[in-house]
Design a protein around this ligand. Structure first.
Ligand code: HXC
Length: 292
């Protein structure tokens, strides 16, 4: 595995020797950023999918402040990289993320939370313009489930478990869980999960519309990257418009959303990629998008 990873990392990515990237506790990206809690790589045949793997195994990828700061740096980095057309966020086989770091939160006061805007930097994932796919194996609990729901697409491994167990800790979801879960699965199941802390399986999550596909644990990441490659193969410019249009459905009335969609649709007619896409269809060839 180390060899495979090394060959994937070397060509486009590392300034440091691959062995340093793989073994040192802090990892270097090509931007020179140090990652202690993440493994950040470009994957796919064309190296056009950015993969962010949470790597805090001893705490089941609990989302401590340092990890979330690194997540934001990695997202900024991929957002700026013109070659990257999609981003995958994943964890380990046992845990996508077991929630916000309870030990870090344990002694916080209301004054510190409110005064310091605790968790204000957590929503970066939901602001990324490029499509983000969550590949969830194992536990996605509390903030872990919320992180997955900030992504655009959720793929689950067959043993994944989703839950919002904050109520069992005497608190409630604080990073969008009560809102995004309710929009995704409806009131009854969201209420049940938030009020009891009970988890749902990957299968239940798929039936409820929280995840779009389920794969065997060991196949999950590969499938998520493959979905990322498919997305990255389209026009990045028009993909951003499509993402904006779908997201409008969560923020606007139907009339406003339809209006916004129409404007974005018209805007595609100002792009080279729309011309290329339709010409390629008529000429019976594969479109060659240039992101213009
Ligand atoms: C800090 C955590 C953690 C967490 C697990 N660990 N979850 N540390 N914060 N959220 C640590 C444990 O303390 C332990 O370390 C190690 O990870 C392994 O966990 P175990 O409990 O021994 O593993 P296991 O028996 O397999 O049980 C797995 C588990 C359980 C069911 C996922 O760990 C669990 O219930 N975790 C908490 C889940 C949760 O309540 N999440 C919501 C958090 S609140 P040590 O060193 O002690 O052995 C939240 C609020 C969000 O997310 C609000 C906005 C972001």
């Amino acid at each position: 595995m180390a060899v495979a990873l090394r060959s994937l990392l070397r060509p486009a990515w590392s300034l440091a020797p691959a062995c340093l990237l793989l073994r040192a506790p802090a990892r270097l990206s090509s931007a020179g950023t140090q990652f202690q809690y993440l493994v950040v790589e470009k994957k796919g045949v064309k190296q056009n999918v950015g993969v962010i793997q949470l790597n805090r195994p001893k705490a089941l990828n609990a989302l401590c402040d340092g990890l979330m700061n690194e997540m934001n740096q990695a997202l900024d980095f991929f957002e700026k990289d013109p070659d990257v057309g999609a981003i995958v966020i994943t964890g380990s086989e046992k845990a996508f993320a077991a929630g916000a770091d309870i030990k870090e939160m344990q002694n916080r006061t209301f004054q510190e939370c409110y005064g310091g805007s605790f968790l204000a930097h957590w929503n970066r994932v939901s602001l990324v313009r490029k499509p983000v796919i969550a590949a969830v194996n194992g536990y996605a609990l509390g903030g872990g489930c919320e992180l997955a729901m900030m992504c655009d697409i959720i793929y689950a491994g067959d043993k994944a478990q989703f839950g919002q167990p904050e109520i069992l800790l005497g608190t409630i979801p604080g990073a969008g869980g009560s809102q995004r879960l309710t929009r995704a699965v409806g009131k009854s199941l969201a209420m049940e999960m938030v009020l009891t802390g009970d988890r749902i399986s990957a299968q239940e999550a798929k039936e409820a519309g929280l995840v779009s596909k389920i794969y065997p644990t060991e196949k999950l990441l590969e499938e998520a990257i493959s979905c990322g490659e498919k997305i990255a193969g389209n026009s990045k410019l028009v993909t951003a418009m499509a993402k904006e249009a779908v997201n409008a459905a969560f923020e606007m009335t139907l009339t406003e959303g339809n209006k916004m969609e129409k404007r974005l649709f018209y805007a595609t007619f100002a792009t080279d990629d729309r011309k290329e896409g339709m010409s390629a269809f008529v000429e019976k060839r594969k479109a060659n998008f240039t992101d213009h």
